[in-house]
Each structure stands twice: as C-alpha cells, then as structure tokens.
Design a protein around this ligand. Sequence first.
Ligand code: FES
Length: 160
Amino acid sequence: MSNSPDQKSNEENAPLTRRTFILAGAGVAAGACYAAAMGYPVYRYLADPSERAQSAVAVKEVFLKDADKLPVGTAMMFKFGVKPALLIRHAENEWTALTAVCTHLACTVQYDQNKKHIFCACHGGVYDAKTGANVSGPPPKPLAKFQVAPAQGGLTISLT
Ligand code: FES
C-alpha cells in the first residue's frame, strides 16, 4: 500500500513531537560534547606557542632571593618566566643554572645529588650537571644554560 501525495505531505508537515524534540536535543548535545572534546586539544596546541613566545620575549633575567645560601652540592628549582629551571651549587663559588625542560619530550628534569648529574625520569635521559650536555638516553641536544651572577641578597640568573 502506498501513500497518497496528501498523506505524505501531512507526515512532512506533522508538528514536532516530544520524542523527535528529545532525540534532536540529544543529538545536538552529543555533537557539542564531541566538538568540545576534539577542539580543546587543538586549542591547547595552538595556544602554547604564543605563551612560549611571550615568556621568551618578556623574561631576560630573574632574581633569586637568598639563593646564595644554597648548600654546596645541592640544587633548587625555580621558574624562568613560565618554564622550570634548575640552579646547582657545585662549590662555594661554582654555580650552574639550566632550563629544566628535557630536550626529548619536554618533561621536567631533576638533579641527582648522589650521582651528580641531571636526569629525566620520563625516558631515562641524563645530562651533565655542569654543562647541561646530553650524556645518555634519548635527549637529542643539551639543556639551555643561563648566566649566574652574585647580587645583593641572592643571585641573578640571566640569558646568555
Ligand atoms: S622526555 Fe626526557 S628523556 Fe624523554
């Protein structure tokens, strides 16, 4: 049995039922969730380079109050702009300041006081604690080094 043209026209023009309204609303909500789930990582990917560029331009020097009191053979973490950095005191007047962002996949590195080297826990990368040179593991290049200068009440860390 086939529909007459009048019956078909009536079905197409039928008022929105509660069921079709709810199904349409659920479809729109699911689509919005899907778009948000897909869009947020893209937003983060696109936003990060500008944040990095801003921090690189804005910060050329930081002052670390009381950092000159750091015990010999120890290290401390600090922020250089928005990035983590590492200050190591090797001897009374021997300091190294390096970025603490691994050159492999950007994990934060740490100073190993016992082995006197810098390591990355993510994939086992190892760096020289005095030069920042990549010694072993996957890191492809050295850690960026900063200049360290004594200042009144602390240390000044600046770009080289
Ligand atoms: S992120 Fe540091 S070794 Fe992979």
